[in-house]
Write a new protein. Structure first.
Length: 163
C-alpha cells in the first residue's frame, strides 16, 4: 500500500491533480505541483501571512493546511488577481502607486488577505484597514503605504462596482 494520496485542487480555475504525501502542505502543493510561485512561504507557522491564499473565497494560511484538506476545493492565488497580462487589479495598482511594497515578499499574502474584503467597503477607517491587515507582517514598509493603498483600492473598486 502506497503512502501517497491523489489530490485534485482547482487553482485559479484550473484543475491540478497530483499523487502526494498526506503531509504535503498546501503551500508546497501550489508551488511545486501547480508551479505557481507567487505564494510565498515565510515563517511556516501561520504567523507572517506571506503564504495567504483564498480557499473557497476566504483567506487562509496555506502553510497551515495540508494539500489533502483542499482536495476537491477551489483555491485562488495572487497569480489570479490581475485581469490580464497587461492590466493590474485595482489593489495591485494601488500598492504600486502608494509605495505599499518594498521587497515584495509579503505582498502576495497582503493582497490575498485584503482583496475579498474590499467589495462594498469604499469608506474604510484606518482602524478597519489595520484590522484587515493585522494578520500579515511586513518588515519593510511601516504599513502607512499599505493603509493608503487599501483605502485607494476600495474607493476605486466601489466606484467601478467590481473587484
Amino acid at each position: 500500500m502506497s503512502g501517497t494520496r491523489k489530490v485534485s485542487v482547482e487553482i485559479n480555475g484550473v484543475p491540478v491533480e497530483a499523487e502526494v504525501e498526506p503531509r504535503l502542505l498546501l503551500s508546497d502543493f501550489i508551488r511545486h505541483e501547480a508551479g505557481l510561485t507567487g505564494t510565498h512561504v515565510g515563517c511556516e507557522h501561520g504567523v507572517c501571512g506571506a503564504c495567504t491564499v483564498q480557499l473557497e473565497g476566504r483567506p487562509v494560511r496555506s502553510c497551515l493546511m495540508f494539500a489533502v484538506q483542499a482536495d476537491g476545493r477551489s483555491v485562488r492565488t495572487v497569480e489570479d488577481l490581475a485581469p490580464s497580462e497587461t492590466e493590474m487589479h485595482p489593489l495591485q495598482q494601488a500598492f504600486h502607486e502608494c509605495h505599499a511594497l518594498q521587497c515584495g515578499f509579503c505582498t502576495p499574502g497582503f493582497l490575498m488577505s485584503i482583496e475579498p474584503e474590499l467589495a462594498g467597503a469604499d469608506e474604510l477607517t484606518d482602524a478597519e484597514i489595520r484590522e484587515m491587515v493585522g494578520g500579515n507582517l511586513c518588515r519593510c514598509t511601516g504599513y502607512q503605504g499599505i493603509v493608503e493603498a487599501v483605502r485607494l483600492a476600495a474607493r476605486r473598486i466601489n466606484e467601478k462596482g467590481h473587484a
